[in-house]
Design a protein around this ligand. Structure first.
Ligand code: HEM
Length: 76
């Protein structure tokens, strides 16, 4: 489906897979808070909070587990 924002979980490399994990995390934020002005207002809040950044990293890490599994850990 070329219209899909997420046509596949398959990536050529682990690094591309990690980028997809970040994209998944950001997509969830965009769906949860559709108002770009609100997101822009909150950006400096989380960007300057160590715990917020750690949580953001954790969300990406969880997504990366899923992406890596979907790609057989790139051991094909
Ligand atoms: C920017 C990741 C949560 C609002 C970014 C960037 C990354 C990122 C990597 C930099 C993009 C770039 O410079 O090209 C994440 C992750 C999150 C998260 C992984 C959570 C798991 C949030 C939340 C908000 C938010 C909760 C606000 C509600 C923004 C905004 C920018 C931004 C407005 C653009 C900043 C700019 O262009 O100067 N985010 N983010 N993000 N994020 Fe997040």
């Amino acid at each position: 489906n070329q219209e899909s924002w997420l046509p596949t979980l398959k990536t050529d490399t682990p690094e591309e897979g990690y980028n997809l994990a970040v994209k998944l995390a950001r997509k969830a934020v965009g769906m949860t808070q559709p108002d770009a002005e609100v997101r822009e207002a909150l950006r400096p809040v989380y960007a300057n909070n160590a715990d917020s950044l750690t949580f953001a990293s954790q969300v990406v890490a969880i997504n990366f587990q899923t992406v890596a599994a979907a790609n057989n850990y790139w051991n094909n």
